[in-house]
Design a binder for this molecule. Structure first.
Ligand SMILES: [Zn+2]
Length: 256
């Protein structure tokens, strides 16, 4: 038996065992999923599969609190439910490179350091709703998880960055499936990104968050949020981007 096959036999056994003992209780799951708009496209059967993925996520990852916050079961399940949505049809293995979610009560200050081409070290302070560190945790603001009146979804945003980083580089190009076409992906994303940057630079109002114009990595994360939160808008604005994301996430989110 090949080692990959052996791993999957063992992993499937492990998952069944975890689900027998640690499945999210039905009543709490029912309450949670009602509040998660990004799950509204899912059928009853898909929601049940999502419950399994979310249960495994909760078992495999640590959720830590910053600033003395208290974490309830309802909060843990809400985080797991949203984190499970992008990988519902991709497999939990896509999150293998990270283990921890750190939850802040509200937006937090991030200290960023980078060295420019001339070797000068810059330090930035910025207020964030979330961030995903390379080979590190996902950090989110709880306030931004529950206040999703708009198209934003901080958990899906950071999860998309983690998927993007699977090939080592955060550049808006996650490793796509063999059945997909890299040239079509690149053409769809670079054209939409260029037109978005032009709109934002010209001060035009955009239907997709202007933050996506920051760089191609943010464009992928923001369009991923839109794919789950406002799929009909995304499909109308950039149908080819919607189509590539639909192939990538292996989900149909739009109603049209
Ligand atoms: Zn981002």
């Amino acid at each position: 038996m090949g080692s990959k096959l052996l791993f999957s036999v063992w992993e499937n056994w492990r998952r069944r065992r975890v689900l027998r003992k640690h499945k999210i209780p039905a009543d709490l799951w029912a309450l949670t999923i009602k509040q998660v708009r990004a799950a509204s496209h899912l059928s009853v059967a898909d929601r049940e599969r999502l419950r399994n993925v979310a249960s495994l996520f909760l078992h495999d990852k640590y959720i830590e609190l910053a600033q003395g916050m208290e974490l309830t079961n309802a909060m843990r399940v809400r985080i797991a439910c949203e984190a499970a949505i992008p990988i519902l049809n991709l497999d939990l293995e896509h999150y293998h490179a990270w283990h921890t979610v750190i939850v802040y009560p509200a937006q937090f200050v991030s200290h960023e350091e980078f060295r420019d081409g001339a070797g000068v070290v810059h330090r930035h302070r910025s207020v964030r709703a979330g961030e995903a560190w390379h080979r590190g945790p996902v950090v989110i603001s709880w306030e931004d998880v529950i206040e999703n009146e708009d198209a934003n979804n901080v958990i899906i945003h950071e999860a998309a960055h983690k998927l993007d980083m699977l090939d080592g580089a955060m550049n808006g190009r996650p490793p796509i499936h063999r059945s997909m076409n890299q040239r079509e992906w690149t053409a769809a994303f670079s054209e939409a990104y260029a037109s978005h940057v032009a709109d934002v630079d010209a001060g035009r109002r955009t239907e997709i968050d202007a933050y996506a114009a920051k760089n191609p990595a943010e464009f992928f994360a923001v369009t991923s949020e839109a794919f789950f939160e406002i799929p009909d808008v995304l499909k109308r604005v950039w149908p080819v981007v919607y189509m590539q994301l639909s192939l990538y996430y292996r989900q149909q989110t739009a109603t049209m």
